[in-house]
Design a protein around this ligand. Structure first.
Ligand SMILES: NC(=O)c1ccc[n+]([C@@H]2O[C@H](COP(=O)([O-])OP(=O)(O)OC[C@H]3O[C@@H](n4cnc5c(N)ncnc54)[C@H](O)[C@@H]3O)[C@@H](O)[C@H]2O)c1
Length: 374
């Protein structure tokens, strides 16, 4: 067993705590060659920082991320802050000589993403971006079916991520609803990386995009008795063409904050003339596979608990969000140690930049109401 990798978190909000949870049960990974422990946390807000005091390995709590970056007790930094801060903080992490697990969307816009990717390359540090759903058993099986079985001629692919809490107009505004902090790409920056990760990894890169973007509620309660403007895109449908095996195949990416009844639904559907596969977190135990024989059959498989990295959890049990988050961290640290061994890896800086190229083209497509070449 190698020495433990020391992890620091900048941004101890929703996602910072999720990382703390994953690292706190690292011992469930079986035979994993790398130990990991959370040593330092930075957040501007005292109440956010104080929550991490209950974790015995955390020896540094600070409001100044430069202090965290100066600590010799930090090897890898996970950054989960509003999108307008990504570029500055990611570049400072690299300047400090630390490795980085960045949060999506990897910069507020295309220029920021390119700057971060270039700095990552020049620094030689190990940099990846977060996107955890592909590490669920059903998503892994879909990747396997798509890459290892004969689906015939591909007909169409749909990959998406849907939320629904914004249907409630009384839900207060926050930084994710405003262009200055979330970015002009809006919901694409929020949910888009989750939709593109698997298709990009399968080599399905859009040649052109026609985008339909919607803003549904232009203002929301500001939490202080008034109203705050909400100027980001809420829902996005990106109709793209991808060349696969010499044919153009329609690939639709769907990102929605207002999808009735969908609390947090990640899904992928890949349909061919001879075979197909569908998986959605809506039915987390279920994998649907299609086979065309004498009869046409959609077959339902009840999935067990089989992530890419073995754990002590019994194979008949169900996997959920904390599990795929742990698996993603295992993939990050395995790849960092040179031990990914062909398993599915986290989003690369190159893939993150390509996602921004798609979202940037989508903005231009929507404003011109025309397809845009990539
Ligand atoms: N992978 C996922 O499934 C997923 C889900 C939600 C959000 N995210 C991403 O994670 C990032 C953070 O989102 P969140 O939902 O955790 O947000 P959040 O608002 O819950 O937390 C952000 C935290 O950053 C802190 N912060 C702000 N500026 C800071 C600074 N200069 N130094 C230190 N701390 C600072 C805030 O006080 C807050 O606690 C975003 O990039 C978002 O897109 C990813």
């Amino acid at each position: 067993m190698s020495a433990a990798v020391n992890i620091g978190i900048i941004g101890g909000g929703l996602m910072g705590r999720e990382v703390a949870s994953a690292l706190a049960r690292w011992f469930v990974l079986e035979g994993f060659p790398v130990q990991a422990r959370l040593t330092a946390v930075c957040d501007l807000k005292e109440n956010q920082r104080e929550w991490f005091r209950q974790i015995p390995t955390v020896s540094l709590l600070t409001a100044d991320y430069h202090e965290l970056l100066a600590s010799p007790e930090v090897d890898v930094v996970y950054v989960a802050v509003p999108h307008n801060l990504h570029e500055t903080i990611y570049l400072d992490v690299l300047k400090a000589g630390k490795d980085l697990l960045a949060e999506k969307p990897f910069g507020i816009d295309l220029t920021a993403a390119r700057n971060i990717a270039e700095a990552a390359r020049a620094s030689g540090r190990f940099v990846r971006c977060s996107s955890e759903f592909p590490f669920l058993p059903g998503a892994q099986r879909a990747v396997h079916v798509a890459s290892q079985t004969n689906l015939g001629r591909l007909l169409e692919i749909r990959s998406g991520f849907h939320h629904s809490s914004d249907l409630d107009p009384t839900k207060p505004a926050n930084w994710k609803r405003q262009v200055k902090t979330c970015g002009a790409i809006g919901v694409m920056g929020d949910l888009g990386m989750h939709a593109v990760h698997v298709p990009f990894r399968l080599g399905w890169n859009p040649k052109r995009v026609y985008a339909q973007l919607q803003k549904i509620y232009a203002e929301r309660p500001d939490g202080k008795g008034g109203m705050a403007p909400c100027d980001t895109w809420d829902n996005a449908l990106l109709h793209t063409d991808v060349e696969i095996d010499g044919r153009e195949v329609p690939v639709r990416f769907e990102m929605k904050r207002l999808a009735p009844g969908e609390t947090n639904t990640w899904y992928i559907e890949i349909l061919g003339t001879d075979g197909g596969v569908k998986f959605s977190t809506k039915e987390p135990k279920t994998l649907w596979t299609f086979q065309r024989g004498k009869e046409q059959i959609w077959q339902r498989t009840d999935l067990g608990f089989h992530g890419p990295f073995p754990t002590i959890t019994g194979g008949i049990f169900e996997a959920g969000f904390p599990d795929c988050f742990l698996q993603m961290w295992a993939a990050y640290l395995a790849e960092r140690a040179g031990g990914l061994a062909g398993k599915f890896g986290c989003v690369t800086p190159d893939e993150a930049v390509r996602s921004h190229e798609l979202f940037d083209a989508a903005l231009r497509s929507h404003s011109s109401r025309a397809a845009v070449e990539l």
